[in-house]
Design a protein around this ligand. Structure first.
Ligand SMILES: NC(=O)c1ccc[n+]([C@@H]2O[C@H](COP(=O)([O-])OP(=O)(O)OC[C@H]3O[C@@H](n4cnc5c(N)ncnc54)[C@H](O)[C@@H]3O)[C@@H](O)[C@H]2O)c1
Length: 330
């Protein structure tokens, strides 16, 4: 019960992963504060925490506001830094918003910690996107960094600010490079968070899923509970300080087979192959899957949930809660 009685701040706490993390920390009897801006095009949704609403403190503010952040970090033991602009396409269309949230605000958060609470421990949610098109598979942490979009560059800066503040200022921080994460609470209204989100919506509406390209692209996926396990391990393990770890799965699947699995589990819908829209092709990374043996070895992380099991749970969640995640025709 490491988190029992601990004061924990989660930025992006009303989002997909942040809300699952909050639920787990409430179970562990931590005192949990969630900060989220609820910008409608991002993944925040109050329904994500409907079942724990009375057990958490919610602060609707923007991590770009240094005054809010200075106040919020002051008395906390842990900070899970998950607030982010997650859409790769949006980062190309509005690069400055991505820069302000994924890079500049991260620096403000760390500065606030340095000034007001240098004893805090931070875990930053980074992304596999910063590797770009892989030279080899599976991609380990030694793979060259070659972001293919503005989001990848800004997330890299956000990640490295955390490592720098660990190394230079002694503010204990680490980063996890997440691969595609899915589960209850993900944004399914559109493809802003992940294509799998919109697939789930479409299949539940009985509409065809569209796969861009030939369907042979490889991907790995983590169920959200496995991602939460990794965040908690990174927070509580001093060996993680100053480190970057990949998350990933040994269960690698191509997009054609993934679409077939979603359709099979939903018992409805169909899928079709369509040519890549040019703006997506320009930032596509081809095949990707992670080597996550470093975190397995050093922190003892094991992704436990199978893709089939995780997708079935996710589909069931949206069958029941769909009205809170999208309106027909929206
Ligand atoms: N889901 C994935 O597959 C995945 C993969 C790689 C990295 N990540 C990273 O994990 C983190 C969490 O992602 P998620 O999937 O839960 O996405 P999400 O969009 O559901 O969560 C992010 C949350 O941050 C909030 N937010 C955004 N800008 C903010 C701001 N300026 N101030 C305050 N709150 C703000 C959003 O409202 C949202 O609730 C992100 O940093 C993302 O880059 C996620």
């Amino acid at each position: 019960m490491i988190f029992h009685g601990k004061r924990v701040l989660i930025t992006g706490g009303l989002g997909f992963i942040g809300s699952s993390l909050a639920r787990r920390l409430v179970q562990e009897r931590a005192s949990v504060t969630l900060v989220d801006s609820l910008i409608p095009t991002y993944g925040g949704n109050l329904h994500n925490i409907a079942d724990i609403r009375d057990q958490v403190t919610i602060n609707i503010s923007d991590v770009r506001d240094p005054h809010s952040i200075a106040y919020l970090v002051k008395d906390k033991d842990f900070l899970f830094n998950l607030a982010g602009q997650t859409s790769h396409l949006d980062s190309m269309q509005d690069p400055h918003a991505d820069l302000e949230i994924n890079a500049a605000a991260q620096l403000s958060i760390l500065e606030a910690c340095r000034r007001a609470n240098p004893g805090i421990k931070l875990v930053f949610a980074s992304t596999r996107q910063l590797y770009g098109r892989p030279d080899y598979l599976p991609v380990d942490e030694k793979h060259p960094i070659r972001p293919v979009d503005v989001n990848g560059i800004n997330k890299l800066a956000g990640e490295w600010y955390h490592l720098l503040y660990n190394n230079v200022h002694g503010i204990r921080s680490c980063a996890l490079r997440l691969t595609n994460t899915y589960g209850p609470g993900m944004r399914v209204k559109d493809a802003r968070q992940t294509f799998l989100g919109i697939w789930i919506r479409l299949v539940l509406e009985g509409k065809p899923l569209r796969i861009f390209g030939d369907g042979k692209q490889l991907r790995d996926f983590n169920y959200v509970d496995d991602c939460v396990d990794a965040l908690l391990l990174a927070a509580t393990n001093e060996a993680a300080n100053g480190k970057v770890y990949n998350l990933g799965s040994r269960e690698v699947i191509n997009l054609h087979d993934l679409a077939a699995l979603v359709v099979k589990l939903a018992g409805a819908g169909s899928f079709e192959l369509v040519p890549f829209p040019p703006e997506r092709k320009a930032i596509d990374i081809g095949d990707y899957y992670s080597d996550s043996t470093l975190i397995e070895r050093e922190l003892g992380w094991v992704p436990r949930r199978s893709l089939e099991q995780g997708l079935a749970t996710t589909l069931e969640y949206y069958r029941i809660h769909r009205d809170h995640y999208w309106s027909p025709g929206e």
